[in-house]
Design a protein around this ligand. Structure first.
Ligand code: NAP
Length: 257
C-alpha cells in the first residue's frame, strides 16, 4: 500500500501516438520531483476497485524540464497500459515521489565513448541522458542504437536529429552517431539485424565508424530482457565488466519488463 505522501497526483498534458500500440505522453511535474537521467519513475492508475496499480516507466524528459515525458507500448490485455491508453489530456495519473534505477552515467568512471543500446521503449532513458549537459562534456563520442520491429516505432529520430540545432547541445551534436535498426521491414539507412548479431559480425562498429574498446567504451543497454541478456553475455565474453555499487565497470543495464 502506497500512502498519499509517497506520491503526487499529476495530469496528462499531451499524448502523441506513433502506432495504435505505441505512444508518448507528458504529465505535469511536481516541483520537488528529482531524478537522474536514465532513472525510472513509478506511475500509478486506479483499477476498477479503486486500488492503485503501479508500473515502472523510464523518464524520457530532461532532468530540468517542467514536465515529465514517458514512452509506452500497449501490452495486449495489460492491466496498466490498456487503462493508460484510454486516458486523455487532463486526466490524472499518480507519480511516486521516489525515483529508481541505476542506468545512469555516474555508474562509470573514465571512458571516452558512450554506447547506448536499446530496443523498443528502451530508448526512453537514453533520450533523457542526451539532454544532460555532462553527457556531452564527459564523452568524446556518443552512440545511440535503437532497434525496433517497424520503422514507425523509431519514435525519437526527429528528437535526436533536432539536437543538431539545439541551443546548447548543437555545438556538441557532431559527437553523436545515431543508428536506427529495423528488424521486420527493409528501411533505407537502417541496419536490419538484432543488436547481438550486429556486434558479433562487426557490422555495428562498421556503421558507427569506430571500434568498441573495453578500456575507453562505456556501454548502457536497455529494453527487451532477452536482448539485454544476450547483449550482456556478448560484452562479458569480450572482457567487459558490470558496474556495481562502489565498483565502476564498463556496462550498465536495465530490463524493461
Ligand atoms: P520487441 O520484441 O521487444 O522488439 C523490439 C526490437 O527488439 C526488435 O528489433 C526486435 O527484433 C528486437 N529484439 C527482440 N528480442 C531480441 C533479442 N533477444 N536480442 C536482440 N534483439 C531483440 O518488441 P516491442 O514492440 O518493442 O515490444 C513488444 C513486446 O514487449 C511484447 O512482447 C510486450 O509484451 C513486451 N512488453 C511488455 C511490457 C510489460 O510491462 N509487460 C512492457 C514493454 C514491452 P526482432 O524483430 O528480430 O524480434
Amino acid at each position: 500500500m502506497t500512502s498519499p505522501d509517497k506520491y503526487t497526483v499529476e495530469r496528462i498534458t499531451e499524448i502523441h501516438a506513433y502506432t495504435p500500440n505505441l505512444f508518448r505522453f507528458r504529465t505535469t511535474r511536481y516541483r520537488g520531483y528529482r531524478f537522474i537521467p536514465g532513472q525510472f519513475a513509478r506511475l500509478g492508475l486506479h483499477d476498477d476497485e479503486g486500488k492503485i496499480i503501479w508500473r515502472a516507466y523510464s523518464i524520457v524528459s530532461a532532468s530540468y524540464d517542467e514536465h515529465l515525458e514517458f514512452f509506452s507500448i500497449v501490452v495486449p490485455d495489460g492491466a496498466f497500459t490498456s487503462r493508460l491508453a484510454r486516458l486523455g489530456v487532463g486526466d490524472e495519473i499518480l507519480v511516486e515521489k521516489m525515483n529508481y534505477g541505476f542506468l545512469t552515467t555516474d555508474r562509470f568512471e573514465g571512458g571516452r565513448d558512450l554506447w547506448m543500446l536499446s530496443t523498443g521503449t528502451g530508448v526512453a532513458p537514453f533520450v533523457s541522458i542526451l539532454y544532460e549537459a555532462s553527457t556531452w562534456t564527459d564523452y568524446d563520442r556518443i552512440v545511440l542504437v535503437h532497434s525496433v520491429r517497424h520503422s514507425a516505432e523509431l519514435a525519437y529520430t526527429e528528437t535526436v536529429e533536432s539536437l543538431k540545432h539545439h541551443e546548447y547541445f548543437g555545438e556538441f551534436a557532431h559527437k553523436l552517431v545515431y543508428v536506427p535498426v529495423v528488424t521486420r521491414e527493409a528501411v533505407a539507412g537502417a541496419l536490419a539485424k538484432r543488436i547481438p548479431e550486429l556486434l558479433e559480425s562487426g557490422e555495428l562498429e562498421g556503421r558507427v565508424g569506430f571500434a568498441l574498446d573495453r578500456d575507453t567504451s562505456r556501454v548502457m543497454i536497455c529494453g527487451n530482457p532477452e536482448m539485454v541478456e544476450d547483449t550482456r553475455q556478448w560484452f562479458l565474453g569480450h572482457g567487459y565488466e558490470l558496474s556495481r555499487r562502489g565498483k565502476p565497470g564498463h556496462l550498465a543495464l536495465e530490463n524493461l519488463w
